[in-house]
Write a protein of this length. Structure first.
Length: 81
């Protein structure tokens, strides 16, 4: 039986709600492993639970709006008005 190496990377993602105009950020964990066929498999975790990737159907924690822009780390977020 072959043991797979798993690399865990914690990533901070920035979000900007286009409904309430609030910026927020959150931390996700990406677990990378060999898929057994020469490729890379990634499993996403949020708050310790399995989740979809951060860019999939984000919902604003303030207004629950679905018009959310996902920004890569290092992107400047507009200031709240």
């Amino acid at each position: 039986m072959r043991t797979r190496e798993i690399h865990v990377i914690r990533e901070r993602w920035h979000f900007y709600c286009l409904d309430c105009l609030r910026p927020y950020d959150d931390v996700y964990e990406a677990r990378h492993a060999d898929d057994g066929h020469g490729g890379d498999a990634v499993a996403w975790f949020h708050a310790g639970m399995a989740s979809q990737p951060p860019w999939t159907e984000p919902k604003c924690p303030f207004c629950e709006g679905l018009h959310v822009k996902v920004l890569p780390g290092g992107t400047l977020v507009p200031k709240q008005r």
